[in-house]
Ligand binder design. Structure first.
Ligand code: PTJ
Length: 243
């Protein structure tokens, strides 16, 4: 299989194969870091354990995430290479649903060229304002390049949505007193466990649901326990394994 046009439409996993092609092209174009393909494969494996469907626990987490984002003083959606390659338009829709939310490119494998390409991709997808090209702030306690961010974005944010995150930064953001929301198919990851709200779902399924929740009128706040949500989603995955 050399490109997306060779994938038969009736192939049972055509959608997944097309996404793989898109990720491969995004590596070629310098948007996704090569190790992003490994992260994607790990995500695919965990998605099997969800039956490739949004679980009810993710819907609970999405409702809580929307509530936190709507009541935030300065909410930020942090973007990495995988997130932009998979879901640039869906991220723009989230931002449109919540005009206070700022978009910021923040990378683990940071180069100025990659940041600029990702910012341009977001602009081409309809984003008006994307931070990240002029970092003027460092996240304390992080030695990786991911510490470099914008004061007006992640630096001053009180609520940060960080999909497909690595654990170190999640913990560093928490240590700064921020509320962290993540989208991560792996409920065992350090990020999943450290975040305040973990949406265990596939990014491209979860983002439109988040947009819908942001547009909905706020319902009554329900008690939310992230540890309990993670326990239930793990039990769901284990159940699927033993079916
Ligand atoms: O673009 P950069 O340089 O910032 O690098 C981005 C990656 C993703 C390479 C970097 O952040 C990384 O290595 O991440 P990790 O530590 O592999 O974590 C990514 C997490 O996202 C893993 O737990 C995966 O299971 C999960 N994941 C992968 N694809 C998806 C996903 N979760 C939801 N939807 C997906 N499509």
């Amino acid at each position: 299989m050399s490109d997306a046009s060779n994938i038969p439409a009736d192939h049972p996993r055509a959608a997944s194969l097309r996404t793989r092609e898109r990720m491969k092209d995004a590596v070629r174009d310098g948007l996704v870091h090569p190790t992003g393909l490994i992260a994607h494969g790990r995500g695919e494996a965990f998605d099997y354990l969800l039956g490739e469907k949004t679980p009810p626990e993710a819907l609970e987490a999405i409702t809580e995430a929307a509530r936190l984002l709507k009541s935030a003083r300065q909410p930020v959606l942090s973007l990495n290479g995988n997130v932009v390659a998979l879901a640039a338009e869906a991220c723009v829709e989230v931002a449109k649903a919540h005009p206070k939310l700022r978009l910021e490119v923040n990378l683990f494998h940071r180069t100025p060229e990659r940041v600029s390409k990702l910012v341009s991709t977001m602009r081409a997808a309809g984003a008006k304002d994307v931070l990240g090209e002029k970092p003027d702030f460092r996240i304390p306690g992080l030695t990786s390049d991911r510490a470099q961010c914008s004061k007006a974005g992640i630096g001053e944010a009180d609520v940060v949505l960080v999909p497909l995150e690595d654990g170190d930064r999640c913990q560093a953001l928490k240590a700064m007193g921020k509320t962290v929301i993540t989208i991560d198919l792996n409920p065992l990851s350090r990020t999943a466990r450290a975040a305040d709200v973990t949406i265990v779902d596939e990014l491209t399924r979860a983002l439109p649901l988040l947009t819908k929740a942001l547009r909905a009128s706020p319902g009554k706040a329900k008690k939310y326990d992230n540890h309990d949500v993670l326990q239930r989603v793990k039990a769901r995955m284990a159940g699927l394994l033993t079916e």
